[in-house]
Design a protein around this ligand. Sequence first.
Ligand SMILES: C[S@@+](CC[C@H](N)C(=O)[O-])C[C@H]1O[C@@H](n2cnc3c(N)ncnc32)[C@H](O)[C@@H]1O
Length: 313
Amino acid sequence: MINKVIDAIKAAEAEGLLSADADGILTGFSGKKLVGALQRIASLFAEQAGVCYLEVGVFQGLTLLSVASACRSLPSYGIDNFAFFDPEGKNLAIIKDRMAQLNVQNAVLINKDYEDALETLSTEIGDRKVALYLVDGPHDYRSQLMCLELVIPYLHQQAVIVVDDSNYRHVRQANRDFLVTHPEFKLAFEAYSACHPVNASAVQQQESRNGWWNGVNIIVRDLEQLLPPMYPPTERDRKLFENEHIVHAAAMAEYAPEAVGLLSRTDVVRFLASAVRLYTQVRNSRLHKNARHNNMNTYSMELPKARYNSLVK
Ligand SMILES: C[S@@+](CC[C@H](N)C(=O)[O-])C[C@H]1O[C@@H](n2cnc3c(N)ncnc32)[C@H](O)[C@@H]1O
């Protein structure tokens, strides 16, 4: 199976989409090589009984419906709570409309947060095993790692995991941490581009759209240990990840994104205007009124002093 997966990736590298049938209908945030690789790898499992495709991060259905329409016998599940990129709340209706246009009957949308969905996944997929899994949801380090950890009980013996957006340093770190702690999984393929397509030139953007979008890691379950270990590049200095402790324990932790945004203002007038706005917002917020320490908040006030497992006599 691993050789077939590698061949499928090579074919996607060379030719992009497996079938262009849905090309005019489906748009989204994934490159054609990534979609082509998903379609080809899914096809390897399509005739097996008791297996399925699963993804976290459906958006408007590009990856989910590309797989479901290319492999109509393969039950395909997509988890999304529509927390991002859906300001008008239209994405669910767009997915349903596209399913109807493509006459896709084998795709199921799980409208939940990924943690809730993955912790109770059997209620949706029953005894099926996840043969191919795409991680393309929230990109913070913890979510990336939890998307990998929580799926393990449901994975097929020969499962393949595709992690989109692996250009990001923190996504590569989560992948590495998973691979190091679960040696039965091996990195089979990685591809990166110089920057996120949003920050790229028009030419680079087109390359990303035809390619892997924002980098990819493809991981295989290698129970026979056929492949040697291989890890995505990461930095040994873990300062940024260690800084999370400082942010989490800070009184103003919730404002970290705004504070970072403020520091990236290059124009001094805009910087000052943003600073005043942020200061006023924080002053008026419940955070300021609640009793918190400036830093080293533990949020342990209500916790039990000590507690045994209920089975301990
Ligand atoms: C980049 S988009 C997915 C792109 C899609 N695979 C495609 O091909 O177009 C990321 C999606 O993850 C979803 N998402 C973000 N956080 C989530 C969470 N905690 N649980 C479930 N879905 C989440 C967002 O709503 C968004 O639709």
